[in-house]
Design a protein. Structure first.
Length: 330
């Protein structure tokens, strides 16, 4: 396997706090010997667990980058035992462009793993995480929200895994994160995901969906900040007491939780996020955009539960996810 071209400008194995970059050489029209400079902070205090904390996997999701940027200026080495690696925006080209995918190669970082050291910029970043950063980590927290196309109730999630011991550890970390909703999640498309790479290495993973619409709110950023602190305390890295508030337990066991539009049109939501629905209930209608006098297409829930996600833009395309139902766990 070829060596990855990314070079860190800071040490990973030295005590203290270190701010720098992951420097990826990138020759382009406006910088012949240029580099992509991905910000990174490493905070270390002796031996102990390592947490790898990431945001900006998709570049139009902002709770993680805000919470992680704050942590780079507030977390001190004397507060921890072990190491915290913080990358607020690891698909940095997408983050700078405010896009889900990279403008350099159209790469979706969350479908690019395990990456390639001789591939596109997105593939090179994925390969560096796969072969250099993830092997260091015991705990991984990767922040997501709905970006410009989806909106979510704020939840932390852990996945259903074959290794039930690992699954239990992930679920415990998710509960420690303590978002308003806690979801045991079935992924409908996990090939190439960062999550899949993390879990295949046996690591503990917590991921989130904290809102959407291509923005963030004071509430959702606050959830991210509290969750970060809680999960680091849970992992034995940060000293302190966790703040635990009520959370709604949800399950997403299969593809019937998802409702997709089969045509283009004007999307009319019928229920709002957090509302209860029964199987067969109307969740959205799709109106034609090119004529009047035509009845809308009705989209109905395939399961009973709570609406935890919806399509965000007013216009919908065939194949877009229109609604997601989570099942309440008693």
């Amino acid at each position: 396997m070829k060596k990855n071209p990314i070079a860190p400008t800071i040490p990973f194995d030295r005590d203290g706090i270190h701010h720098g970059f992951l420097r990826l050489p990138y020759s382009c029209d406006d910088s012949a010997w240029g580099s992509i400079m991905i910000p990174i902070t490493v905070i270390r205090n002796g031996d102990g667990p390592t947490a790898l904390l990431t945001g900006g996997n998709h570049g139009d999701e902002y709770e993680g980058p805000v919470a992680l940027q704050e942590m780079t200026v507030t977390l001190k080495p004397e507060d921890i035992t072990g190491r915290v690696i913080i990358v607020p925006a690891f698909n940095y080209p997408a983050f700078r462009a405010g896009r889900r995918t990279s403008p350099l190669d159209m790469g979706n970082m969350n479908r690019a793993f395990p990456g390639r050291p001789d591939g596109t910029p997105t593939q090179k970043i994925a390969d560096y995480f796969q072969r250099s950063l993830l092997p260091m980590a015991d705990l991984v927290v990767d922040f997501h929200s709905g970006g410009k196309t989806l909106d979510f109730v704020p939840f932390a999630a852990a996945h259903i895994l074959e290794d039930k011991t690992q699954q239990a550890a992930c679920l415990a970390a998710m509960q420690a994160f303590n978002a308003p909703f806690s979801v045991q999640l079935f992924e409908i498309d996990n090939v190439g995901m960062y999550d899949t790479a993390v879990e295949a290495m046996g690591k503990v993973l917590v991921t989130t969906e904290l809102g959407g619409g291509g923005t963030a709110t004071a509430r959702t950023i606050g959830i991210a900040k509290k969750g970060l602190r809680n999960v680091l305390i849970h992992a034995g890295i940060l000293r302190g007491e966790m703040q635990i508030d009520p959370t709604v337990q949800l399950d997403m066991p299969d593809g019937d939780c998802f409702t997709f539009s089969e045509e283009d049109g004007l999307c009319e939501p019928i229920v709002d996020l957090g509302d209860e629905v029964a199987k067969g209930d109307l969740v959205a209608r799709v109106w034609p955009v090119d004529r009047t006098g035509v009845a809308p297409t009705e989209l109905r829930a395939k399961r009973s539960g709570i609406l935890i996600s919806r399509h965000f833009p007013g216009l919908v395309k065939a194949g877009d996810c229109a609604a997601v139902i989570g099942l309440t766990v008693n």
